[in-house]
Design a protein around this ligand. Structure first.
Ligand code: NDP
Length: 252
């Protein structure tokens, strides 16, 4: 177990809101040098401005090869030529079961939630290998629980759980650890965007899900950030699938 993440160079995709923003704030508070990316420059700029010189940002779409390259370069530059960790957090959802699914929505969700983080990891691998670093993927209770109505999202998050374990086996001999966090419900923007709801209304509805969590409350971004922080320190932990869900996924 390493004792500190102070001065580690960390790239958080989707760091302008929700869990990614909370993670950037938490890791910066622990002394890391964090680069956040996403498509909305105004959000990234506001988060980075509030975090000071420990945080850099770049508007970059994880689905575009040139943007992934630019994101990596930004993180390397901010980290003094190093990249110690990649947090593959950016994600989207789509609200439908099988009958409401169309090719475009399925491709968009799989491309953003599976293809992009895999290709980002591939791109970052030489830097991560040089730093003996690690990767954290963000799954979901939908990775394992059979909950109808989010079919494309469940497909993507099921895939992420599996690829994180396969990559742990593949990259362990290269000195790179790979782990996966499985969050329960956290009131963020992701569902508002998919359902067309007003953000505050969506967050209010999400808070009603507290009863599904044996701990009795939904999660906060900081709950997920703490788990990510632990996985960055845990030098003998790879291939772990860490449920951070207030007990929501018990039994799955
Ligand atoms: P948010 O919508 O707040 O965060 C998602 C982030 O991903 C946004 O900042 C968004 O930024 C970014 N993003 C989306 N698409 C792209 C893209 N193509 N390129 C770059 N960035 C992109 O929701 P959450 O914080 O909840 O989501 C973070 C992760 O947590 C996701 O992987 C989600 O699946 C997962 N998760 C969330 C749960 C929850 O209950 N909230 C539960 C389980 C898992 P921008 O729009 O500016 O590009």
């Amino acid at each position: 177990m390493n004792s500190s993440i102070e001065n580690l160079s960390i790239l958080v995709t989707g760091g302008g809101s929700g869990i990614g923003e909370g993670t950037a704030r938490y890791l910066c508070a622990q002394g890391a040098r964090v680069t956040i990316t996403g498509r909305r420059a105004d959000r990234l700029q506001a988060v980075a401005a509030s975090l000071g010189e420990r945080c850099s940002w770049l508007a970059a779409d994880v689905c575009l090869a040139a943007d992934r390259q630019a994101a990596l370069q930004q993180a390397l530059q901010h980290g003094g030529g190093r990249l110690d960790a990649l947090i593959n957090n950016a994600g989207i959802t789509h609200h439908s079961g099988l009958e409401g699914l169309d090719d475009e929505a399925l491709s968009r969700v799989l491309n953003t939630n599976v293809n992009a983080p895999l290709l980002m990891t591939q791109l970052a691998l030489p830097a991560l290998q040089a730093a003996k670093g690690s990767v954290v993927f963000i799954g979901s209770v939908h990775s394992r629980l059979a909950l109808p109505g989010r079919l494309a999202y469940a497909a993507s998050k099921g895939a992420i759980l599996t690829v994180s374990r396969v990559l742990a086996a593949e990259l362990g001999p290269k000195g790179v650890r790979v782990n996966c966090v499985i969050p329960g419900a956290v009131a963020t923007e992701i569902n508002a965007a998919a359902s067309g709801q007003d953000l505050e209304e969506s967050k209010r509805l999400f808070r009603n899900l507290a009863a599904l969590h044996p701990i009795g409350r939904i999660g906060e971004p900081e709950d997920i950030a703490q788990a990510i922080h632990y996985l960055l320190l845990a030098s003998w932990t790879t291939g772990a699938v860490l449920d951070v869900d207030g007990g929501m996924g018990l039994g799955s």
